[in-house]
Every structure is written in structure tokens, then in C-alpha cells.
Ligand binder design. Structure first.
Ligand SMILES: [Ca+2]
Ligand SMILES: [Ca+2]
Length: 400
């Protein structure tokens, strides 16, 4: 039933023009150690806009127990290891001047106390703000409505006054700090109904729903993403972890047949609900520690990054480029070339994919009848009056 609902929304939303946005993850796991990341972002803004990127996701910008920002302490203190609040505002302003909107990274599942486990300051909350089943035994709220997080106090979102406090803070983050939309961290941590309430009024939001993936059963995984989006009301997008996992498995093993499902659609979330899928090949958590400056290591094959971008930048969804891939690994020109092709031929979040072949060592697809892309080591080219517009290691793109 849930799938039918997702499917009907897919057809509903396809009545509207697709979103041509291209996103950038504007940080990596080591950015907090740079000693002035907001300045780096401000300086890079014109180049980001000129590359055709129109949305940037900033790291969590508030006071935090951990340098990366994912253990929030004082919510209204927007000074962090990334820089001072004035520098944060400067970076957001520079992005706006370059025609780029900015997503704040919101850690709403959990929070830490200012000097002990749960003395929440600025805004001040009592012990009823954290869940009764938190690892800190003194929390006096109700039961957690989602997954728990061991390194900080799980917030009781069922508490009306805490929700009001959070909504007031979100309004301040928009009106005073200047954020345009949100990336929701660890969205499995509490009920999607509360997240939908917080999201009201946001023009662009994407949630992190990171479930374990069995690459031999990608349908179950993307069904989980569809079910979560349905439960949140269908407006909040999610990162397409299904596509990330299946694509990197195909490239690592040569099993490109994995990229077509039983209905000859893409096997990731983009095969079912592309308008709500934010595609990516690595992020601050998944990327290799060395080279791509990641944290947890579920890395995309490091010598095949352009091939991965050739796929996500020619396919539907909202593609999200990872900062180190663009700025630190010498791939800027190649990725920009692919973004320019996406823009020139009008590929958008809801573009239609016609898979031509998906087998050992080769995947090829026609997008909207305008672009043909091939990835994989096998030689291949389309017949007819297609002109080669871009090619690189194990990929090629043609257009009419
Ligand atoms: Ca906890
Ligand atoms: Ca929780």
C-alpha cells in the first residue's frame, strides 16, 4: 500500500516541471580543523555559482561538543570550529550573491548539556526535554519516538513546549542567520510527523535516512525511503543511499546489470521517486579517510569517481557533489563539464530514463531522448545522429 502511495505521488509530481538544481556538500570531515571554513566557503562562492551549482549544504554551524558540529550544545550560539557567527553570515551572503541557496545541517535528534549530561542552556530546557530511555538515567521525558543515539541526550519531541522552542529557534536560524532550507541529520531518530511539523515553511529540505543496504535487495531499501517520505507527508526529500550503494557495487564488481531493476528502471530511489531523491556518490561519513577526507569508510571506488558523477549528473534526482571531489582531487573541470551538459540539455529531477543496456561491464541509457550516457569498461556507442559531447575513464556522453 505504501508503495502505491509513493507511486501515485510520483505520477502527481511528474505533472510539474522537474527541478534542475545541482547541489554541493560544502564541507568534509576535516573542514572543522581548517581554522576558518566559513571564509573558505565565502571565497569559493563565485566559483560554485559559475559551475552551475545552485544549492550548498553547510556543516552544522552551532556550538558543539565535537568539532564537526554533530553534538549540539547551545543552539543560539552560532560560533563553532568553522568560525564565528559573523563569518557564517558572510559565507551565506556570499552564496546568495552568487545565486546559491544555503541548507543548514540540523541535528534535531539529540543535544548535550553545557557543563554536564543534561543542563541544557540557550535555550534552557529541563530534564523533561530528554527521553526516559536515554542512556543518561535522569532524563524525565517520554519514550523516544525513533532511534536513540548513545553519544548525546535524545530529545523528547513529543513534548509540546520543546517543539515550540525548536520551531522558534528554526525561525531564528532563517531570519537572523540567513539559512534557506535544511539538511536533517539522523532523521530516523524521532517520529517523521514531528519532522514534518518542523519542516513547514522550508522551500528545500533533505533528510538523512541511512538504513542498512543489502545490494541484492535494493527494492526493500528504497521502499524504506518511500515509506519514510510518505509518513512525513511527501515534501521532504531524502538522500538516495540506494543509488549510492548499487552504483558503487556495480562499478567495483563490473556487475552493471545491477543498475536496472525488474521493470527496466534505475534500481535506486531515482527509479521510483526521482523528484525526491538527492543523489550522491560519497559524503563526509562514507568517503575514505585518506584522500576524500571522510569518516566512516563506505567509500565509492576512488579511481572511478568521474564515472560515478557521469551517472548521477546525467540521471534524474537532485545530484549532490562532494566538496573534496570538486575542489581537492583535480576533478573540478570534469565535474563542471558534466554539470554543464545537465544544464544545457535540461536534465532535471524528474527526467525520464530509458535503459538501453545493463550487463557485465556496461550500462547505457537515454535520458529524455536528449542525452545518451554510457558507463563501464566495455566499448559501446549509440547508433544514429548522436554526437560525443564528453568522455573520460569508463564513461561517455552523447547528445543530439
Ligand atoms: Ca542518547
Ligand atoms: Ca531519538
Amino acid at each position: 500500500m505504501k508503495f502505491l502511495l509513493a507511486f501515485s505521488l510520483f505520477f502527481c509530481s511528474s505533472a510539474f516541471a522537474g527541478d534542475p538544481s545541482v547541489m554541493l556538500q560544502g564541507f568534509h570531515w576535516s573542514s572543522a580543523k581548517s581554522g576558518g571554513w566559513w571564509g573558505t566557503l565565502a571565497s569559493a562562492a563565485p566559483e560554485i555559482g559559475a559551475a552551475g551549482i545552485n544549492i550548498v549544504w553547510f556543516p552544522p554551524s552551532g556550538d558543539s561538543l565535537s568539532p564537526e558540529g554533530y553534538l549540539p550544545k547551545q543552539l543560539y550560539l552560532q560560533d563553532s570550529k568553522y568560525g564565528k557567527e559573523s563569518q557564517l553570515k558572510g559565507a551565506i551572503g556570499a552564496m546568495h550573491s552568487a545565486g546559491v541557496t544555503v541548507l543548514g545541517d540540523l541535528v534535531l535528534n539529540h543535544r548535550v548539556g553545557s557543563s554536564d549530561w543534561a543542563d541544557f542552556k540557550n535555550p534552557d530546557w529541563g530534564l523533561d526535554a530528554c527521553t526516559s530511555d536515554d542512556e543518561y538515567g535522569a532524563c524525565a521525558g517520554g519514550a523516544d519516538t525513533g532511534k536513540s543515539y548513545d553519544a548525546a541526550r535524545d530529545i523528547d519531541h513529543a513534548n509540546d513546549s520543546i517543539r515550540e522552542s525548536l520551531k522558534e529557534w528554526l525561525g531564528w536560524m532563517k531570519s537572523s542567520v540567513g539559512y534557506d532550507g535544511w539538511r536533517y541529520d539522523y532523521a530516523r531518530g524521532f517520529s517523521s510527523s514531528y519532522l514534518a511539523e518542523y519542516d513547514s515553511g522550508s522551500s528545500f529540505s533533505v533528510a538523512e535516512i541511512w538504513d542498512d543496504l543489502d545490494v541484492d535487495n535494493s527494492d526493500a531499501h528504497r521502499q524504506g525511503l518511500c515509506d519514510w517520505m510518505d509518513s512525513a507527508g511527501g515534501k521532504i526529500k531524502v538522500f538516495d543511499f540506494t543509488t549510492k550503494g548499487v552504483l558503487q557495487q556495480a562499478i567495483a564488481t563490473g556487475e552493471y546489470w545491477r543498475l536496472a531493476d525488474g521493470a527496466d528502471k534505475p534500481s535506486g530511489l531515482i527509479g521510483w521517486w526521482p523528484e525526491n531523491a538527492v543523489t550522491f556518490i560519497d559524503n563526509h561519513d562514507t568517503a575514505a579517510r585518506q584522500g576524500s577526507r571522510g569518516h566512516k569508510s563506505w567509500p565509492f571506488p576512488q579511481n572511478q569517481l568521474p564515472q560515478g558523477y557521469a551517472y548521477i549528473l546525467t540521471h534524474p534526482g537532485i545530484p549532490c557533489v562532494f566538496w573534496p571531489h570538486f575542489f581537492d582531487l583535480g576533478l573540478k573541470e570534469e565535474i563542471t563539464g558534466l554539470i554543464q551538459v545537465r544544464k544545457k540539455y535540461g536534465i532535471h529531477s524528474g527526467s525520464k530514463v530509458n535503459i538501453i543496456t545493463a550487463g557485465a561491464g556496461l550500462y547505457a541509457a537515454n535520458i529524455d531522448g536528449k542525452v545518451v550516457v554510457k558507463i563501464g569498461p566495455e566499448n559501446w556507442h549509440p547508433y544514429g545522429d548522436w554526437q560525443l559531447v564528453l568522455s573520460g575513464n569508463n564513461y561517455a556522453v552523447w547528445a543530439k
